[in-house]
Design a protein around this ligand. Structure first.
Ligand SMILES: [Zn+2]
Length: 83
């Protein structure tokens, strides 16, 4: 697809790190699969990816966990002890 930000770049499959902060929680996920603009590097996550990140943030809030940082591939293994 053509990038919405610069309207010039084609997007290609890549990965990025996503930081999601809400109130007092901080969720950092690395190697998130996204489409990345080849010109301006804007990253586009699909709905399933976005939903799983928001879902994890929700679980963190419910469990009283404040800070999480891990690989996207490990997201399905939640809950895990965080270190
Ligand atoms: Zn772009």
């Amino acid at each position: 697809m053509i990038c919405f930000i610069c309207n010039k770049g084609e997007t290609a499959q890549g990965t990025t790190s996503v930081l999601l902060e809400r109130e007092d929680i901080s969720l950092t996920i690395h190697n998130v699969p996204v489409l990345v603009c080849q010109i301006c590097n804007e990253a586009y996550a699909d709905e399933g990816v976005t939903a799983s990140l928001l879902n994890e943030a929700e679980k963190m809030a419910n469990d009283g966990i404040k800070v999480v940082s891990h690989d996207f591939a490990l997201a399905d293994k939640y809950p895990q002890p965080y270190s």
